[in-house]
Ligand binder design. Structure first.
Ligand code: DX5
Ligand code: ZN
Length: 228
């Protein structure tokens, strides 16, 4: 994580122009983004289907961005190796999709990729208690996964504060990512409560140019919004 930024914005490609993915990645990099968020959906864990390892591998050759790969798939253990070879820098599995979560997380780390776990809105943080020190990141889902453009679920704010507290008590360095319904309007509170990485799909790609949009998010992180 860079220390000079108030928050990292990880734009969700789900809201990008799929006909020109390579160009979108180049534009993000040029605009000063460092991360990009890949929403992998299998039509089973979530109702929607998106892209898989071949698309990520093709884009890896064209981009130096940090590939933040959110696996909304059942039984992700089957594909960890493939997504690693495709060029993921971070693999985030859903706690709800992993009956042996510690084993899955250890395997991601063994593959040399940063391990992360996502929790659906209703999922208790208690599933993370004993594995927190092993996690590079926890993704707090602030919508039910599957689609972009949904409304932020308000109780997620309290969940972020509780997670921040758990991380501090555990003496861990785990970073907190928030995904779903993130806008410049809720950015200040999210960061104040402990979010280090914000995923934004519709509220990012819907408002080009990307450099200006990034600046709006970054200034919202340090000063309460009213500026969009
Ligand atoms: C939802 C995905 C999100 C989504 C966010 O299942 O995990 O990453 O793209 O989209 P917005 O920012 O539009 O809520
Ligand atoms: Zn996501």
């Amino acid at each position: 994580m860079e220390n000079d930024k108030p928050v990292i914005i990880s734009p969700s490609l789900l809201s990008s122009d799929f006909t020109r993915l390579g160009q979108e990645l180049a534009d993000l990099e040029k605009a000063g983004l460092s991360w990009v968020h890949w929403d992998v959906m299998d039509g089973a864990f979530v109702p929607n289907i998106t892209f898989g390892p071949p698309v990520i591998a093709a884009c890896r050759e064209k981009s130096d961005l940090f590939f933040d790969v959110h696996l909304m798939i059942e039984n992700p253990d089957r594909y960890l190796d493939e997504f690693t070879k495709a060029g993921a820098d971070l693999l985030c599995v859903h706690a709800e999709a992993c009956p042996h979560l510690e084993r899955t997380v250890s395997e991601i780390a063994r593959l040399g990729v940063k391990p992360a776990v996502a929790v659906n809105p209703h999922t208790s943080l208690s599933v993370l208690e004993f594995i927190l020190p092993q996690l590079y990141m926890v993704l707090v889902m602030s919508v039910n996964p599957g689609f972009g453009g949904q409304k932020f679920i308000p109780f997620s704010m309290e969940k972020i504060s509780r997670l921040k507290d758990m991380i501090e008590k555990a003496g861990a360095k785990t970073i907190i990512q928030v995904d779903g319904g993130v806008t410049p309007d809720n950015t200040y509170e999210l960061v104040k409560r402990g979010a280090g990485v914000l995923v934004s799909g519709s509220a990012f790609f819907g408002y080009p140019p990307y450099k200006e949009r990034l600046e709006i998010f970054e200034s919202a992180a340090v000063q309460e919004a009213g500026n969009q």
